[in-house]
Design a protein around this ligand. Structure first.
Ligand code: ACO
Length: 275
């Protein structure tokens, strides 16, 4: 069983329901992302991918912050004259963002508070985003004389319309959880007091689906986003065929038999199929 106990910048806990809670754990620094945090995230995500105890991942922050973005001291200023650490940190961000984007397990970003700049990388990498209404979001890079680098300008403008992308990137203005939903940055906003329980409900709903079906579905939706229609058509055909061989639970055959033959299941009335 993988060991997650040595981390200091993050905390990884897998609960009795098989939900892996990945918590940015530098509350005294509003969970700003230091090089150590990036290295630990990469290590944790590599382990969680094949940890059978983890069925779904939730990324969140300790205290009153999701993450205040990249650590201006440790990630930026301290690496100005340390190209080795700068390079290793930057590539670690890229690698763990990719791991989080493409993991076969479902992922939820649970935005509990401040969410600035570099924090949009994990937000966008996760499949689903649930925000506290009280959370505060912002692309504040412009205030620091930098632009939303890494993949931030790209993921932010992919999430919302180009007017909002430009407005918030250029002004650095903040917005709350409800506005994040209107913009397409979050799926839903709930009062902070309900955030964990609402997130748990979504986890349970996801865990009730066939894991292979869910993995192929999320990867397919992400993969076709930038493909031309003909390529998407071909890709989805091949991916669908591959899923039929990759699903040990034979969800397709089982689901159709339950609906067509046994008449025990109607997805329009019972959205969650597996018991
Ligand atoms: N990098 C480094 N340290 C940070 C960061 C950060 N991004 N954000 C907060 N901290 C540190 C502060 O320096 C302070 O440290 P100290 O106690 O050693 O002085 C500690 O966290 C607490 O910060 P406060 O500002 O005192 O906390 P407060 O709750 O009043 O405000 C807030 C929180 C609004 C998040 C504020 O800290 C802030 O504006 N942070 C910067 C947010 C930002 O612009 N992030 C984008 C960075 S650029 C990028 O991500 C590419």
């Amino acid at each position: 069983m993988p060991d997650y106990s040595a981390y200091t910048a993050i905390k990884v806990e897998i609960d009795a329901e098989n939900i892996a809670w990945i918590t940015f754990n530098r509350p005294e620094k509003r969970n700003a992302m230091s090089p150590a945090l990036h290295f630990e995230m990469e290590d944790a995500l590599m382990k969680l991918e094949t940890d059978d105890a983890c069925k779904v991942m939730v990324v969140t922050g300790a205290g009153d912050s999701f993450s205040a973005g990249m650590d201006l001291k440790e990630y930026f200023r301290a690496t100005d004259n340390n190209p080795d650490l700068r390079f290793r940190s930057l590539t670690a961000v890229k690698r763990w963002s990719d791991l989080l984007t493409w993991t076969r397990k479902p992922t939820i970003a649970m935005i509990n508070g401040w969410c600035f700049g570099g924090a949009f990388a994990p937000l966008a990498a996760c499949d689903i985003c649930v925000a506290a209404e009280e959370a505060t979001f912002g692309l504040s890079e412009v205030n620091w004389g930098i632009l939303p680098g890494g993949n931030i300008a790209k993921v932010f403008s992919d999430l919302c319309n180009s007017r909002d992308a430009l407005f918030y990137a250029m002004t650095g203005r903040t917005f709350d959880g409800k506005k994040a939903v209107q913009m397409g940055v979050a799926n839903m906003a709930v009062p902070l007091a309900d955030l964990r329980e609402e997130t748990r409900k979504i986890c349970r709903e996801l865990m009730a689906k066939g894991p292979a079906v869910l993995a192929y579905t999320k990867q397919a939706v992400k993969a076709v986003r930038d493909l031309p229609m003909d390529m998407a058509w071909e890709y989805l055909g091949a991916k669908s065929q591959a899923l039929r061989g990759a699903d040990p639970e034979k969800t397709r055959e089982k689901g159709m038999a339950e609906f067509l033959d046994k008449k025990t299941y109607r997805p329009g009335l019972q959205p969650v199929k597996r018991s």
